[in-house]
Design a binder for this molecule. Structure first.
Ligand code: ARG
Length: 468
């Protein structure tokens, strides 16, 4: 067992137990307890946090200027070693924090041993995680922006492209492909807002909480917060070291973003099926079959859909990790890292690929149009027409329903019945009814904000571009 937040052993011995312990760590315990295999990924943030802490210690006269200079020098070398891959990572030193502190002491001696004054790994790791996640969110915001721009480009080229809109996966009403794509633009915009909101709440400094109760040294937390770009400090030391809400919020936002990607991916898979044939996806994003020479498979959208599961899994994992923990820090929290890393990596890859793939998606307007002419998609427009002529909506609905049934029996679409035939169901039908029965007439009439008319979609795209 390790002493609660024990130092990394006698410098130079490479042993991870302290004077408190009578025997070395059990080998399996060492492996089980260690996180360096995955948390070394935090190294640059750990160094950044340590440098800010050391500078504050010097300003507050808790370490000498010479110590700070030695720490800065040593950390500079460590950063190079980490970047070049030559840093001597060791499982004996448990985690990223002990590894770096140990190496610092190796390099600069005494000064390295003063760094951990007024600090614990508990507030240190909480700080590292926030710094790391903040930079991940910034990268994700850039990727989401790219996806949204590409959606706008594709929508812009398709404001007049007619397609059937579906409810219950049955042809419902005519829409435009541009309007359909703009629905995803809205989803990804909310995702970007959620991440920004999560970042704002997360951007506070845990350092100074030390192990859990704060510290007896006269430190300056506000100074460290400013130095690290935080908007303020965590207000309660117990909460500062035990809170992982920010990570849950991030995973929830990531899970929703993945849900949106997955819905779009699912539609691409359906649309690419030759029975639909609504879109073509560029060959470079598709794969063949090892046995069937004719196949062109949408593996990329399918994998995007499939990878959603692991991000949902990460969210549930972290919620479960925090639920039974008494205050304050517990080692359970070490388990927050792998789900977070995996979710962030997955979302990054998926968004980057989606942004690449969208320009490779090409609409096939003839196929969309022919599907539209098979489903009586303008039945609602005819009912609305009768209402404008004075009929109550329920009666209009019934009259058109009977007309649809007659069209079905004749193997025709409602729009192909003709004025004479339609008059059998309502004497209010005139020549001008044919106009509302066309898909063009149908979409043109929905020109309000949020509607599918080309002019409304153009306006939505212009508003979106102005906001981006
Ligand atoms: N590796 C640990 C983690 O990821 C660092 C904090 C450990 N603190 C402790 N008191 N054991 O959470």
């Amino acid at each position: 067992m390790q002493q609660d937040d024990a130092p990394p052993g006698k410098a130079g011995t490479g042993k991870a137990w302290s004077g408190r312990f009578a025997e070395p760590l059990d080998a399996l315990t060492q492996r089980f307890n260690a996180s360096v295999g995955f948390d070394r990924r935090l190294a640059e943030f750990d160094i950044q946090g340590s440098l800010a802490h050391a500078r504050m210690l010097e300003r507050c006269k808790l370490i000498a200027a010479a110590d700070l200079a030695a720490i800065e020098h040593g950390m500079g070398q460590i950063l190079e070693e980490v970047r070049s891959g030559s840093f001597p990572w060791s499982i004996e030193r448990e985690d990223v924090h002990f590894n770096i502190e140990h190496r610092l002491t190796e390099l600069v001696g005494e000064a390295g041993k003063r760094l951990h004054t007024a600090r614990s790994r508990n507030d240190q790791v909480a700080t590292d995680m926030r710094l790391w996640l903040r930079s991940e969110i910034d990268a994700l915001a850039g990727l989401l922006r790219r996806v949204r721009e590409r959606l706008l480009d594709l929508a812009e080229g398709n404001v007049e492209t007619l397609m059937p809109g579906f409810t219950h996966m049955q042809v419902a009403q005519p829409i435009t492909f541009g309007h359909h794509l703009m629905a995803y633009y809205e989803m990804f915009t909310r995702d970007a807002e959620r991440l920004a909101d999560c970042r704002r709440r997360m951007n506070r400094l845990p350092l100074g909480a030390s192990a859990l109760a704060g510290t007896s040294y006269p430190i300056d937390r506000e100074w460290v917060a400013r130095e690290l770009g935080f908007d303020g400090v965590c207000e309660n030391s117990l909460d500062a070291v035990s809170d992982r809400d920010f990570a849950v919020e991030f995973l929830a936002a990531a899970a929703l973003a993945m849900a949106h990607v997955s819905r779009l991916a699912e539609e691409l898979v359906i649309w690419m099926n030759p029975r639909f044939g609504f879109v073509e996806i560029a060959d470079r994003f598709c794969t063949g079959s090892s046995i069937m020479p004719q196949k062109k498979n949408p593996d990329v959208p399918e994998l995007m859909r499939g990878k959603t599961g692991r991000v949902y899994g990460s969210l549930v994992a972290l919620l479960t990790i925090i639920k039974g923990q008494p205050l304050a820090y517990n080692k359970d929290n070490q388990e927050d890292k792998e789900p977070l890393f995996d979710a962030a990596d997955t979302l990054r890859d998926v968004l980057a690929l989606l942004a690449e793939m969208l320009p490779g998606v090409k609409a096939r307007p003839e196929k969309m149009r022919s599907a539209l002419l098979e489903g009586h998609a303008t039945a609602t427009d005819l009912a609305d027409y009768l209402v404008r002529k004075g009929l109550a909506f329920r009666d209009a609905h019934e009259a058109v329903a009977r007309a649809v049934r007659a069209a079905e029996e004749e193997g025709k679409d409602l729009a192909q019945l003709g004025v004479e035939a339609l008059r059998r169901f309502s004497p209010l039908v005139d020549e001008d009814a044919l106009e509302v029965l066309t898909p063009e007439g149908s979409i043109a009439s929905r020109s309000h904000i949020g509607g599918t008319a080309p002019q409304a979609v153009r306006a939505a795209i212009a508003r979106a571009r102005a906001r981006l």
